[in-house]
Design a protein around this ligand. Structure first.
Ligand SMILES: NC(=O)c1ccc[n+]([C@@H]2O[C@H](COP(=O)([O-])OP(=O)(O)OC[C@H]3O[C@@H](n4cnc5c(N)ncnc54)[C@H](O)[C@@H]3O)[C@@H](O)[C@H]2O)c1
Ligand SMILES: [Zn+2]
Ligand SMILES: [Zn+2]
Length: 396
């Protein structure tokens, strides 16, 4: 089959590789109909995530048709499913608590050492996201093997287009969990750093959870426009100083809840960010954490900070004093996708959540390397790239 493989920093290629096979009784093989490129994939593309190997197949946001099932899979051939990016067994201690992204059984033991050393515990398995998270082949491919197919995938009702449901695989539940972690109360003012897909779904979710005002922060005019479309007020940090603007907009109090949807590649010419950049480029540091620092400084006393954004290593210049003295709460984590799927699918079916607005480009799989370049270099207008292997078949 054809699949998009990582070969190094800024080097991804569509290769011919072996078709996936059923390895375990609970596996299923899915023929991919749609698969998206995520902001998290850019962290791989930019070479920030350790334990990648040349030839690793990328992609953790995908859906398609079931074409083969192991004897213990509960799926049937021909069903259309969306697959969560977190690989969870459904029966370990953490899955029992619905903390699917902390599953103990999804990451094979021989891949656990680095995470054990870095984080104190191994991480759960993720599709297409390094050997630290299991080394699983991802779904930016014609076919993918889905382990624990009796737990993760959600069956899509007949007649619903891919574009309406694809983002159930990651960014929609991620925006939802981000808002849930912000513990929003009716009447709250919520600030969201980053108007990428995760930030934009955080904006929608915050309003659905009762926020009175949402203030979205970015520097890309088109992405800020999209946030405004959902009722957010916006700050363009290239034109206005974010902290000062937030204080002015909240009468000096600060937002009740702050969501960091930027992550370890923060942009911007700020003193701390320039130092982070120098440290990262000289291998003295890893993450550029400007947005989470700023969220902590701007948050009102006693407020909540939610961090769906991905960070990988260790940070300095972290405002621990402000965090403690203001009595803030911080919640974070990879998304427990499985937990939110039924309710979010229902919200889409009922028309309460729209996801299609986000897709700016639909490309055949063969053009995936162009998709990565565009999403990386033209973030303003390229809001989400969806790869459709079916378009290659039409073209062939
Ligand atoms: N927790 C999870 O399970 C999970 C799932 C998916 C994505 N993520 C993470 O969420 C983050 C966002 O993902 P995305 O797909 O929306 O990415 P994205 O790269 O499309 O969007 C990030 C946005 O942040 C903006 N930004 C950069 N620096 C900023 C700053 N200083 N202030 C304000 N805005 C700034 C960028 O302009 C961009 O629009 C990434 O770190 C991604 O890895 C986490
Ligand atoms: Zn993703
Ligand atoms: Zn588990």
């Amino acid at each position: 089959m054809r699949a998009l493989a990582w070969h190094g920093k800024h080097d991804v290629r569509v290769d011919t590789v072996d078709d996936p096979e059923i390895l375990n009784p609970r596996d299923a093989i899915i023929q991919i109909s749609s698969t998206a490129i995520c902001g998290s994939d850019l962290h791989l593309y930019d070479g920030y995530i350790p334990t990648m190997q040349a030839g690793d197949i990328l992609g953790h946001e995908f859906m398609g048709e079931v074409v083969e099932t192991g004897p213990q899979s509960t799926l049937r051939k021909g069903q259309r499913v969306v697959v969560p990016f977190t690989i969870a067994c459904g029966s370990c201690y953490h899955c029992g608590k619905q903390q699917f992204a902390a599953c103990d059984d999804g990451n094979p033991a021989d891949n656990q050492d680095i995470a054990q050393t870095l984080y104190g515990h191994p991480m759960s398995g993720l599709f297409g996201y390094s050997h630290m998270t299991g080394g699983y082949a991802g779904g930016q491919a014609e076919y993918v093997r889905v382990p624990f197919s009796d737990v993760g995938p959600i069956v899509i009702p007949d007649g619903m287009e891919d574009d309406k449901v694809l983002f159930l695989s990651d960014i929609l539940p991620t925006g939802w969990q981000a808002a849930e972690n912000a513990q929003i109360e009716p009447g709250d003012t919520v600030a969201v750093w980053g108007c990428g897909p995760v930030g934009l779904f955080s904006v929608q979710s915050a309003f659905l959870m009762g926020a009175e005002r949402v203030i979205a922060i970015d520097h890309f005019p088109h992405r800020l426009d999209l946030a405004r479309r959902f009722g957010a007020e916006t700050i363009n940090y290239k034109e206005t100083k974010t902290y000062e603007a937030l204080m002015e907009m909240t009468g000096g109090i600060g937002p009740d809840a702050c969501i960091d949807a930027v992550g370890l590649e923060a942009h911007g010419f700020f003193v701390d960010n320039v130092i982070d950049q120098i440290k990262a480029s000289t291998f003295l540091g890893t993450d550029r954490t400007h947005s989470i620092r700023q969220a902590i400084i701007a948050c009102r006393k006693g407020g909540r900070v939610s961090m769906p954004a991905v960070y990988g290593g260790f940070v300095d210049k972290f405002p621990l004093g402000a965090f403690m003295e203001k009595g803030l709460t911080l919640k974070t984590g990879q998304t427990n996708v499985q937990r939110y799927l039924p309710a979010l699918l229902n919200a889409i079916v009922e028309g309460k959540i729209d996801t299609t607005f986000l897709i700016s480009h639909r490309l055949p799989l063969e053009q995936a390397p162009d998709g990565y370049r565009m999403f990386h270099d033209h973030q303003n207008e390229v809001t989400k790239v969806v790869l459709k292997p079916g378009l290659d078949r039409v073209a062939a």
